[in-house]
Design a protein around this ligand. Structure first.
Ligand code: IMP
Ligand code: MG
Length: 190
């Protein structure tokens, strides 16, 4: 399989579509077992998780619901400046089992933010299901219960993940190989 180029950056296949599907199938089996009779509410965090969420849902055999949320940036008045607010929750969360669906957990900043906002809505429990987990980069204590694939700390695109808006449509997951105009390997610089 050849490299693909996005915004002058050349990427090579890292995780094939077959490997992704196998990992999603395994994760679905675990969730089917753990969540039987719980009627969990899946909350898929857009944009990145749309492909994973669709493939995972197709393999769930339990009663469950899904809804889609997004983190909206706005200028806050706090010292940190930017606050990302979780938007799009229409369902009643109180006393439900909520499973957040993410494309990737890296430092954990994003998922911790989502977790804290959901907690205020008093769910019975919150679980995290992520396709990719950069466990070496993770800095938080939020439990990442369901991680389909553990990955090293590389920049990845495809299967929902983007580089500056492009690459979400790719069926495989790609890793940055080199920058087109100088052919130097710049993985360590990202
Ligand atoms: P965190 O807040 O550091 O855990 O990063 C989570 C968010 O950063 C993800 O939801 C992605 O949007 C983005 N991200 C982290 N790593 C990658 C990557 O390798 N490729 C594309 N996006 C990434
Ligand atoms: Mg994301």
């Amino acid at each position: 399989m050849g490299n693909i180029v996005i915004h002058n950056h050349s990427f090579k296949v890292k995780i094939s579509t077959a490997e992704i599907q196998e990992a999603v199938t395994e994760l679905a089996k675990t969730i089917n077992r753990d969540m039987k009779d719980k009627n969990p509410l899946f909350l898929a965090v857009l944009n990145g998780s749309f492909m994973f969420a669709a493939d995972l849902m197709k393999q769930l055999t339990i009663d469950c619901e899904i809804s889609f949320v997004k983190l909206a940036s706005y200028e806050g008045t706090t010292s940190t400046g930017k606050i990302k607010q979780l938007i799009g929750i229409d369902e009643k969360i109180k006393d439900r089992t909520v499973i957040v669906i993410e494309d990737i957990v890296d430092t954990g900043n994003t998922i911790e933010n989502v977790w804290d906002q959901l907690k205020k809505l008093e769910p019975a429990e919150i679980k995290v299901a992520t396709l990719l987990f950069k466990s070496d980069a993770f800095l938080k204590t939020v439990p990442i219960e369901y991680a389909a694939i553990i990955v090293p700390n590389d920049f990845l695109i495809g299967y929902g993940l983007d580089y500056k808006g492009l690459g979400r449509n790719l069926n495989d997951i790609y890793v940055l190989d080199y920058v087109e105009d100088d052919k130097r390997n710049i993985k360590s610089k990202l």
